[in-house]
Design a protein around this ligand. Structure first.
Ligand SMILES: *Cc1c(COP(=O)(O)O)cnc(C)c1O
Length: 378
C-alpha cells in the first residue's frame, strides 16, 4: 500500500459536479477577471474570517506583498518575520522594498518567539509578520500589543491557516470568544495554492483587513494603483484573481469545515499512534488554539534516515523547511550566521511532515504510523 503526501483527486471526484458547473458558469459569462464571482468570494471570506474587508489577488505571495507596498517604505525600513517559514514571507518583504529581519521560533509550535521579536526590533521596524505555520496561529494578543504600542503593521501570514482560531486575549480576560486567522492583526494574507486547505485550480490569494484605509490602498495596488481606469495615484501592479478560480473556491467553500475536521481527526490519530515513540515529538497545540493542520509535522531523531525508510515503502513525507531563511544565499548581504537562530536551525534538521489530507483514510494512517514505529524498533 503506497501513501502519497497529498492526493487532491478524491476531493475533486467527490464534488466534481459542483465545481465543473461553477467553471462552466464563468465560461458562459465570458467574464474572466474580477467581477461578480470574485466579489462573491471576497464577501464570503470576509464573513468567514470576521473582517470588514477582503481583497482577492493573484497569489498568497502577492497577498503579503500588497499590504507591505501600501506602507510605501523608505530605503532601510525593516520587517520582522520568522526565519522558519516558506520563502514567500521574506521574498514579499524584500520585493516591497523592505529589509527582512529574522526572529527565532518557539520550539513547541514552530511559530514566532516573542522575546526574539523584541530583540531584533529597531526604530526602522515598520511591520511584523507572524506566520501561522502548518495551520496554528502565532501568539496574536501579545504581538498586537507590541505592534500597537510601536505603531507597526501587524500582517498575518495565514497562507496555511484558513479557519484556524485563537481564544481572544489572555489570562483573566480570556472569555471574549475567539478570533480567526486573518482577523487578529491589521491585515491577513491567504493563499489558494492547490496544496493549501482551500485550494484553487491554479494560483490565487486574498488580503483581509480590519483597516478601511489599508484595504483601499491594497485594492488600488492590485490594479496598477488606481480605482478609476487610467488614473493612477500609486504605482501598483497587476495582481488580480481570475473569476474561474473564485468560482472554484466558492464551490469548495461549503466543504471546508468538513475537510478541516478530517485533518484534525487524522492528526488525533497520529498523536495517539506516535505519542509513545521516544524518538518522535508530535506537534503541540497551544491552549486556546484551534489547529487546522495544513501540515502534520513531527520532530524526528535520524530524520533523513526515517524519510528514506518511508520513501522505500512508498510513503510520502516532506521537509518544510530544510534551510533557514537567514542562511539563504540571496540574503547573504544581511550577514546571517549559523548559530544566530538556534531553534530555527534545529527545527530545519528535525522536522518531517506526514500525509494528513482529507480522504487519507484509516488504513493508510495505520500504515504510516506502523512504518515509523518499525523504523525505530529495528
Ligand atoms: C504558500 C505560502 C505562501 C505563498 O502563497 P502562494 O500562493 O504560493 O504565493 C506564503 N506563506 C506561506 C507560509 C505559505 O505556506
Amino acid at each position: 500500500m503506497t501513501v502519497p503526501l497529498l492526493d487532491l483527486k478524491p476531493q475533486y471526484e467527490a464534488i466534481k459536479d459542483e465545481v465543473d458547473r461553477a467553471i462552466a458558469r464563468v465560461v458562459d459569462s465570458q467574464g474572466f477577471v474580477l467581477g461578480p464571482e470574485v466579489e462573491a468570494l471576497e464577501g464570503a471570506l470576509a464573513e468567514l474570517v470576521g473582517v470588514p474587508h477582503a481583497i482577492g489577488c493573484a497569489s498568497g505571495t502577492d497577498a503579503l506583498l500588497l499590504p507591505l507596498k501600501a506602507l510605501d517604505p523608505a530605503p532601510g525600513d525593516e520587517v520582522i518575520l520568522p526565519a522558519f517559514t516558506f520563502f514567500a514571507t521574506a521574498g514579499a518583504a524584500w520585493n516591497a522594498g523592505f529589509k527582512p529581519v529574522f526572529c527565532d521560533i518557539d520550539p513547541r509550535t514552530f511559530n514566532v518567539n516573542l522575546e526574539t521579536v523584541e530583540r531584533v526590533w529597531t526604530e526602522r521596524t515598520r511591520a511584523v509578520i507572524p506566520v501561522h505555520l502548518f495551520g496554528q496561529m502565532a501568539p496574536m494578543a501579545e504581538l498586537a500589543e507590541l505592534a500597537g504600542e510601536r505603531g507597526a503593521l501587524l500582517l498575518e501570514d495565514a497562507a496555511q491557516a484558513i479557519g484556524a482560531r485563537q481564544r481572544r486575549g489572555a489570562g483573566a480576560s480570556g472569555d471574549g470568544g475567539s478570533v480567526a486567522a486573518g482577523a487578529a492583526g491589521t491585515a491577513g494574507a491567504f493563499s489558494f495554492f492547490p496544496t493549501k486547505n482551500l485550494g484553487a485550480f491554479g494560483d490565487g490569494g486574498l488580503v483581509t483587513s480590519v483597516d478601511a484605509d489599508l484595504a483601499e490602498r491594497v485594492a488600488k495596488l492590485r490594479v496598477h494603483g488606481g480605482r478609476q481606469m487610467y488614473h493612477h495615484e500609486m504605482v501598483g501592479t497587476n495582481s488580480r484573481i481570475d473569476a474561474i478560480q473564485a468560482a472554484v473556491l466558492m464551490a469548495k467553500l461549503p466543504h471546508l469545515e468538513r475537510w478541516t475536521q478530517e485533518r484534525q481527526d487524522n492528526a488525533r490519530f497520529y498523536d495517539r499512534a506516535l505519542g509513545e515513540v521516544d524518538e518522535v515529538a508530535v506537534p503541540k497545540t497551544m491552549e486556546g488554539n484551534v489547529h487546522v493542520y495544513n501540515q502534520y509535522t513531527i520532530r524526528a531523531r535520524r530524520r533523513d534516515e526515517l524519510r528514506s525508510h518511508l520513501s522505500d515503502l512508498g510513503i510520502g513525507s516532506g521537509v518544510y523547511y530544510p534551510v533557514p531563511l537567514h542562511l539563504q544565499p540571496c540574503f547573504g548581504e544581511f550577514g546571517g550566521r549559523v548559530g544566530d537562530l538556534p531553534e530555527t536551525e534545529r527545527a530545519c534538521g528535525e522536522v518531517l511532515s506526514l500525509p494528513v489530507f482529507p480522504g487519507l483514510g484509516g488504513a493508510r494512517l495505520e500504515r504510516v504510523a506502523e512504518a515509523i514505529r518499525d523504523f525505530y524498533r529495528s
